[in-house]
Design a protein around this ligand. Sequence first.
Ligand SMILES: [Zn+2]
Length: 154
Amino acid sequence: MWRNRHYAELEKRHLNIVNFMAAQHDLLKKMSTTTLPRVRCVPANQRLDRVKFRSEVECLDHVVELSAYRCPHCGTGVEFQARHFDATQPRALDAAWQAAFDTCRPLKAFEQALDFHCPRCAAPVRIVYDHAVSKTIDRDLLDVLEAETWPQTP
Ligand SMILES: [Zn+2]
């Protein structure tokens, strides 16, 4: 008897959580079609010419690995080094862009984001990278999030 009541209570709580999450998801979906800017996610190798940084290469060969990003909107190139992919970097984008990117492509465990604006056309960009091996500067660049159109059309 007690057990049945206990399970009923648990089930009620579980349903509450499920309903809450469904409501949150609906809200996010509504936001993404109304207030959030339109964004897309592309594999990192479509925008960057290097997607793997390996610390042993830099140590043994005394080279600095570079990855060149090309802006899809204006063609401007930006070069990155492994040290740029550092979780302590402050987020460079405003809250609306961060929310749009978070909604389109939520970060998973051991993933971090490098946010920046194209230095020429100011388009917002997020590079999602993996740094599971935190003691080294090994980095795998995974995805790039960007505005679908730039400049934004109202
Ligand atoms: Zn640009």
